[in-house]
Write a protein that binds this ligand. Structure first.
Ligand SMILES: O=P(O)(O)OC[C@H]1O[C@H](O)[C@H](O)[C@@H](O)[C@@H]1O
Length: 356
């Protein structure tokens, strides 16, 4: 195996002056701290009784927390949990909808737009944020606010956005209390994650190996069920941390279109890096679908790998795979020679939008 910067981790600091690596490493602590915050935040107990559906408003690193929770509680939740990315609100939102605005900064314009529309619609509201305009407006309107403090890029605070939302749903009685499963999942992270740490050399480190494989190609991440959102998270972390292309899709949906498009363009095929997020918790038919999809990909000669972590619960598996993807994106940033923290294209977009 060719020697890369991944085997001299003492060099990472030069490319990573804001220490994204530390934020990634803190994922388990973020979850514990967020659980503590949400258990100690005052929430009106009657709120859960007045609600038929939950709509999470958010963008980017905050929206994905909503997707992950929605994927996790889909089968067991007492009410539907949906995510809205964009301006305004879907037409069905009414006074029996709980609209939860989740924004790390509290200043994301799409999220604020839906938040304000929710007040006009007479919906129940709750905010999750570190501050900004969202916190000000929640306080002014005397709406429940779950506030937290953690200095990071919004996407690097996923331990908070995910766990706070999970905690709110549990406190309001929409899902069974997940405390024990969550604590076990955090303990499991420490075990499973030890092999992905920067001091573990590439030949023994599956996170570094995936980064090396991705650095010369286009990661295509396939997930299903509770890992669909994890596939999406992997790609957005590769986009923002590694400054690189990545795409995702879900089984079974991709069996109805993507599999037909596998053969062309021929020049692209050797560069694809299909990654199957496998799980023993999937519906058996989805597992079978992964196997057949693998065969079809194999037939086209497209590079592919299966990724799997052993875990006792879907939650533990989900958190471990999120963490693995975060490390992969970080190592890919190092291989690309880029600082994982700044997102200049987003800053440019916001600047241009502010002129309009
Ligand atoms: O959580 P928020 O502060 O609302 O941020 C949501 C998104 O906004 C910006 O575009 C950031 O650069 C993204 O990384 C972030 O995920």
């Amino acid at each position: 195996m060719k020697t890369t910067i991944l085997d001299t981790p003492e060099q990472f600091a030069t490319l990573d002056p804001e220490n994204m690596l530390a934020r990634i490493a803190e994922f388990p602590q973020q979850i514990l701290s967020a659980w503590n915050v949400v258990q100690n935040t005052a929430l009106p107990s009657a709120l859960g009784e007045q609600v038929d559906a939950v709509l999470v408003l958010g963008m980017g690193g905050s929206a994905i927390g909503g997707d992950l929770v929605a994927g996790l509680v889909q089968e067991t939740g007492r009410v539907p949990v949906l995510v809205h990315r964009g301006y305004g609100l879907p037409g069905w939102v009414n006074e029996r909808t709980l609209v939860i605005a989740s924004s790390y900064s509290g200043n994301t314009e799409e999220t604020l737009s839906g938040w304000r529309a929710a007040a006009e619609r007479g919906a129940q509201r709750l905010a999750i944020t570190t501050g900004g305009q969202l916190a000000r407006e929640a306080n002014e309107a005397r709406v429940p606010l779950v506030s937290f403090a953690y200095a990071a890029q919004p996407r690097a605070a996923l331990g908070y956005s995910f766990t706070l939302l999970l905690g709110v749903l549990s406190r309001l009685g929409f899902i069974a209390d997940p405390t024990e499963t969550l604590m076990a999942a955090v303990r499991h992270l420490e075990d499973v994650g030890s092999g992905w740490q920067p001091d573990v050399p590439t030949e023994e480190n599956s996170a570094k190996q995936l980064a090396v494989w991705y650095a010369e190609g286009l990661p295509v991440i396939f997930g299903a069920e509770h890992l669909g959102a994890v596939a999406r998270r992997w790609t957005t972390q590769i986009n923002e941390n590694s400054k690189a292309w990545a795409v995702w899709n879900e089984i079974p949906e991709l069996n109805h279109n993507v599999v037909v498009g596998l053969p062309y363009p021929k020049t692209l095929l050797p560069h694809l890096r299909i990654t199957n997020l496998r799980s023993p918790f999937y519906h058996p038919r989805n597992t079978r679908r992964f196997e057949i999809t693998r065969e079809l990909v194999e037939r086209e000669g497209i590079p592919q790998r299966d990724v799997h972590v052993s875990a006792e619960t879907p939650l533990a598996e989900m958190l471990a795979l999120i963490w693995l993807g975060d490390y992969v994106s970080y190592y890919q940033a190092m291989l690309n020679g880029v600082d994982p923290t700044p997102v200049e294209a987003i800053a440019y977009l916001k600047g241009e939008l502010a002129k309009a």
